[in-house]
Design a binder for this molecule. Structure first.
Ligand SMILES: NC(=O)c1ccc[n+]([C@@H]2O[C@H](COP(=O)([O-])OP(=O)(O)OC[C@H]3O[C@@H](n4cnc5c(N)ncnc54)[C@H](O)[C@@H]3O)[C@@H](O)[C@H]2O)c1
Length: 283
């Protein structure tokens, strides 16, 4: 359903790789809500992905940019302002990648070169993007910048590896840069901490299916889907959330405030009952 929430707004969307990507769904929803935007991704991802289909569907242009390259980001922002015919109202940073995870390095024994690469791509890139937007004064007043995060920034999820540290850094950047963006340009900056979601980046985490099922059973409303995350993102781009800034906003069906759920507890009770039965039999 469309509410024209982004009618006349112009944006840049990072990170749509394939139809599972959260950014893909955000682009589709932003289009439905009347926005115009530029799609961007790393040149290598553009070659592998299906982003042309999305560009056609949403009437968007694609500008390649490696989010770790200031030169690429400067070109992206300059061209986007030209293509869209004015300053930017919203930006989605939907980028994440850990080389340690990909190559199977354990958290306790990282390859620190890979750690640096993953940090640059997943966290520092958010600072870089905002640096370019800020210094080029490319954002309209009451604009909105959103990056995607995960609760491993606050709680321990051992297999999330160095991405946990990257997300903590990302969330901190949102607060620190968000102050200057708010003070100087009335632009808001937030992170959305999303439920585990079956995408290329998500599925890279060891034991992802178990992760997904556990979170679903712990959350009173169940896991939030990519489409639901897109809906929430649209609300943050819209004029209905103008004074929300410097926040890490949990979009996770309630997971972040749970201790234990009946469903998870009943699994352990069953296990306990069967163990008791076995012990009685032995006696
Ligand atoms: N999937 C989940 O379970 C989940 C949960 C919470 C948060 N997130 C976050 O959501 C965001 C989007 O991930 P997704 O799950 O949609 O997966 P995805 O794999 O579809 O998206 C990740 C994107 O990052 C892009 N990228 C990687 N290196 C880049 C670079 N150097 N420059 C520019 N782009 C680059 C990839 O090409 C890809 O499009 C990430 O920040 C991820 O950490 C994902």
């Amino acid at each position: 359903m469309s509410y024209n929430l982004l009618k006349g707004k112009k944006g840049i969307i990072f990170g749509a790789l394939d139809p599972n990507s959260i950014a893909w769904k955000v682009a589709q929803r932003a289009h439905e809500e009347g926005a115009q935007f530029v799609l961007t991704n790393a040149p290598v991802a553009l070659r592998m992905g299906k982003i042309n289909e999305l560009a056609e569907e949403t009437g968007s242009q694609i500008i390649p940019a490696d989010a770790t390259s200031m030169k690429d980001l400067e070109h992206l922002v300059e061209e986007s302002v030209k293509i869209l015919g004015g300053k930017i109202d919203f930006v989605l940073h939907s980028i994440g990648m850990s080389v340690n995870v990909r190559r199977g390095y354990h958290y306790t024994d990282q390859d620190y070169h890979f750690t640096k690469v993953g940090w640059d791509v997943s966290a520092l890139s958010f600072h870089r993007v905002m640096n370019v937007l800020y210094n080029k004064q490319a954002m309209n007043e009451w604009g909105s910048i959103v990056a995607l995060s995960y609760i491993a920034a606050q709680r321990v999820f051992p297999d999330y590896n160095d991405m946990a540290d990257n997300k903590a850094y990302l969330e901190s950047i949102a607060r620190s840069f968000g102050y200057f963006f708010g003070r100087d340009f009335k632009v808001r900056v937030n992170t959305i901490s999303q439920s585990p979601t079956p995408t290329t980046a998500g599925s890279g985490v060891k034991g992802f299916d178990g992760f997904l099922a556990y979170a679903d059973k712990m959350s009173p409303l169940g896991n939030a889907t990519a489409l639901e995350c897109a809906d929430y993102t649209i609300s943050l781009f819209s004029d209905l959330t103008k004074k929300v800034t410097l926040q890490n906003l949990f979009h996770d069906g309630g997971f972040s405030n749970m201790g234990i759920s009946d469903e998870i507890m009943s699994m352990f009770n069953k296990q306990e009952a069967s163990e008791e039965k076995k012990t009685k039999k032995k006696k």
